[in-house]
Design a protein around this ligand. Structure first.
Ligand code: TXE
Length: 480
């Protein structure tokens, strides 16, 4: 049984309290490792280590920090297969997905920000012959990064890479549901040349360790990705302490399909946007709206494709879907399928737990599920399910499509399928989401602003947005 240890001041250590929590393997439902059950003492030790490391890490300069982050990226990439297997085992996703998406993106996150800080530009404002202004952007100091279980290393590094690149020292907490790859990465930091205390990783329960990070007065900014309810809790704590807050929360993303789209490309991509990572991506499209003339053709073709998807062993290259991340999450998703039926929905395919054979019999598998016949206002179409469950419905006009698409408390991502360029611009402008994909999905340029509006979050990540979040801007005005 492997011990998942904290990284504090460059050392891999158990929690101060000496207690542990179980780490499960979703594929079998079994406990396969134990996690340091940290508390505020571990957070306090991490903050001290980060404060002590800050002058050294800042003093390395942009070049020095860039080299360390590039080296860390290299070390992860050299170990890509082991990281992919570890991610798949901890999260339940197919290993081919971790190999192709999660780990390469974690490497890219470090490389992107390691080079971004070398090309960062600042602003100056000349006031004729009166004065010159320049904007000085300095690192905040010690910052907190709290990340979720759906894309564990991908989202963990999406936060710590810009934080570190900008010159901050970090106290980070991965999800207690999927801590393994952050622990694997922690073992590479010293080898990458990162001074002790630059990055501190404390494992454990959100309400205990996550809350301790949010509450610590010396942690001046919190970057969080996770549930909307948790985001509200963090905001309640952090706001009166005047901490900077970046919240990337849930979504209930619409996929709006017009009859003039490229049908095959749309169909292929919509299967992915519905069920990739078992539907556990905040950017997945879970409400599919189809222009009525195309509706029946789409429904029949989509259901046929979904029925052909294989739910199986995450280690099996033939598996399209693996296991969902935990027992409680499986129960939550299954409860929404029950609710959909109670609300009058018709389950066209899936709709139940999948029992695999042998060793996997107790794993947490759900069949990809398509439901029709529900109105836009029901709970199934209003609340984030975050599993392999989508609803489909027809619409008649652009206005109706927009009203339904925008008619939830969320505003993270939208997907639009049409070959009418004017309509694409018109709709993209009016869709209430931080991201609009037209004739594609999950096409990601790391320079672009990333995040949602309404209850999907506050602030943006990515590119200069992330570097600005992790720095304080100061205007220096010098009289000429
Ligand atoms: O998120 P949580 P979970 C949504 C999705 C999912 C729901 C809950 O609907 O079903 O959120 O998922 C830490 N103070 N998304 O349970 O609980 C926790 O330890 C500080 C969308 O994973 O929000 C973990 O590290 N931290 C999302 C992190 O917060 C706290 C991706 C996320 O956990 C805390 C994942 C507290 N009081 C889930 N409580 C997306 N937008 O991608 C928990 N944490």
């Amino acid at each position: 049984m492997e011990d998942i240890l904290n990284l504090i001041n460059g050392a891999l250590v158990p929690a101060a309290g000496g207690t542990w929590i179980d780490d499960h393997e979703p594929a079998t439902g079994r406990v396969y490792a134990r996690i340091a059950d940290s508390d505020e003492r571990d957070v306090a030790a991490s903050v001290k280590a980060a404060q002590d490391a800050f002058p050294t890490w800042l003093g390395m300069g942009r070049e020095g920090r860039s080299q360390v982050l590039h080296r860390l990226a290299e070390l992860i990439e050299q170990d890509l297969e082991a990281f992919a297997r570890a991610e798949s085992r901890d999260n339940g996703k197919p290993v081919h997905l971790a190999r192709k998406v999660d780990i390469p993106r974690a490497v890219a996150n470090f490389r992107f920000f390691a080079s971004a800080i070398l090309h960062e530009q600042s602003e100056a404002h000349l006031m004729d012959d009166v004065a010159v202004n320049y904007t000085d952007r300095s690192p905040i100091g010690v910052v907190g990064c709290i990340s979720p279980w759906n894309l564990p290393l991908y989202l963990f590094t999406w936060k710590i890479a810009p934080a570190l690149a900008a010159g901050n020292c970090v106290v980070a907490k991965p999800s207690e549901v999927t801590p393994m790859t952050a622990y694997r990465m922690a073992q590479l930091c010293a080898k990458a040349g990162m001074p002790p205390g630059t990055l501190n990783i404390v494992h454990g329960l959100g309400p205990k360790v996550g809350a301790a990070i949010t509450e610590h007065p010396e942690i001046k900014a919190i970057s969080f990705t996770g549930g909307t309810r948790t985001g509200q809790q963090i905001a309640r704590t952090a706001a009166p302490m005047f901490k900077k807050l970046s919240l990337e929360l849930g979504g209930k993303n619409p996929v709006v399909i017009f009859a003039d789209c490229d049908f095959e490309e749309m169909l292929r991509t919509t299967v992915l946007s519905s069920f990739r990572n078992q539907g556990q991506i905040c950017l997945c499209g879970s409400r599919i709206l189809v222009e009525r003339p195309l509706y029946e053709r789409f429904r029949d073709a989509f259901v046929e494709r979904v029925k052909a998807l294989r739910v199986g062993d995450p280690a099996d290259p033939g598996s399209d879907l693996g296991a969902v991340v935990s027992g409680p999450h499986m129960e939550k998703v299954l409860s929404y399928i029950t609710l959909a039926r109670e609300e009058g929905g018709t389950v066209l395919c899936g709709g139940e737990r999948v029992r695999l054979a042998g060793d996997l019999a107790d794993g947490w598998y759900i069949a990809p599920t398509v439901i029709e016949g529900l109105g836009p206002a029901c709970r199934t179409n209003q609340e984030e399910i975050f599993g392999p469950v989508v609803t489909i419905a027809p619409f008649d006009t652009e206005e109706e499509a927009l009203s339904v698409a925008n008619g939830t408390p969320y505003g993270l991502a939208s997907v639009l399928w049409t070959n009418d360029l004017k309509r694409a611009h018109r709709m993209a402008h009016r869709l209430e989401s931080g991201i609009v994909w037209v004739n594609c999905w999950m096409v990601r340029d790391l320079r672009t602003p990333f995040g949602g509006m309404k209850q999907s979050g506050v602030g943006r990540e990515g590119g200069v947005e992330a570097l600005r979040f992790f720095t304080e801007a100061k205007n220096v005005c010098i009289k000429l």
